[in-house]
Write a protein that binds this ligand. Structure first.
Ligand SMILES: C[S@@+](CC[C@H](N)C(=O)[O-])C[C@H]1O[C@@H](n2cnc3c(N)ncnc32)[C@H](O)[C@@H]1O
Length: 240
């Protein structure tokens, strides 16, 4: 019985590997990864049927992690200041939800503030014509993200290892925050985004506990529901 189970598991893993390799080959060639997009549409359909699915992970996360195939970061994350939030990836269906809702063009630059392993920036670069930048303070995550982009031959994504408080945000037209920090650190970065918005319109996408803070910014206007369980979209209402 155990032997049959092991052989069944091995053949399922081999089948999954073939799917991952096939999708990776499409991405490397610069093609739209059709099978990945099909699975994503299926997950989004399931999500709208289960409106309260929230922060859980599912088969799409499994698929994305097989395709991106990160090695686990070897170094332990550096000690975090109290207001900084530790790494947790955005569930993949919310990333595809964001990609669909934001409708990124070749003129857009999406900046993921606190990018972790870079899922959001990588998928934006794979699935849209926009450029994307991931800013992340943790060197081990940035290293993994860069190596993944290189393996997949992605030319429109870059990763910057820096504290977001000091990072150059001027190139961004769309900013994504999965609550990378709270309190005075979030306040400081939002003030810098407000300054950026004075020079030209931007969109800001929030996920998790930072969303109610974004909803209270007088210079931002929500264009979707401002629930913490989905990515919420805002656009700036000041500036040029
Ligand atoms: C909740 S995770 C989000 C990861 C990624 N954006 C995603 O959605 O998959 C927050 C990330 O922000 C990073 N972070 C926290 N404070 C930061 C700071 N001051 N500057 C840059 N990155 C920061 C953490 O290391 C962590 O990887």
């Amino acid at each position: 019985m155990r032997q049959r189970l092991n052989s069944l598991r091995a053949s399922i893993e081999a089948a999954n590997d073939r799917v991952y390799q096939d999708i990776r080959a499409q991405i490397r060639r610069g093609d739209q990864p059709e099978s990945l997009l099909r699975w994503a549409r299926l997950a989004l359909k399931g999500e709208s049927a289960r409106k309260d699915a929230g922060n859980g992970y599912g088969f799409l996360d499994e698929l994305i992690s097989g395709v991106l195939s990160f090695e686990e970061p070897v170094d332990a994350p550096a000690e975090m200041e109290p207001e900084l939030v530790a790494y947790q990836p955005t569930p993949a269906r919310h990333i595809f939800d964001l990609i669909e809702a934001v409708d990124l063009t070749a003129d857009d630059v999406l900046i993921d503030i606190g990018a972790g392993l870079g899922h959001v920036s990588l998928l934006v670069s794979i699935c849209t014509p926009a450029r994307s930048i991931g800013i992340e303070r943790e060197a081990a995550y940035v290293d993994q993200a860069r190596r993944c982009a290189e393996r997949l031959n992605l030319g429109r994504v870059e990763f910057v290892q820096q504290d977001a408080r000091a990072a150059d945000l001027s190139a961004g037209t769309v900013f994504y925050l999965y609550t990378p920090f709270t309190g005075s650190v979030l306040r400081g970065v939002l003030d810098r985004l407000r300054q950026r918005a004075i020079r030209g319109p931007i969109r800001v996408c929030g996920y998790g506990p930072c969303t109610p803070v974004l909803a209270h910014e007088s210079w931002l206007e929500a264009t979707t529901a401002t629930t913490t369980r989905h990515v919420a979209l805002f656009r700036s209402r000041i500036g040029a």
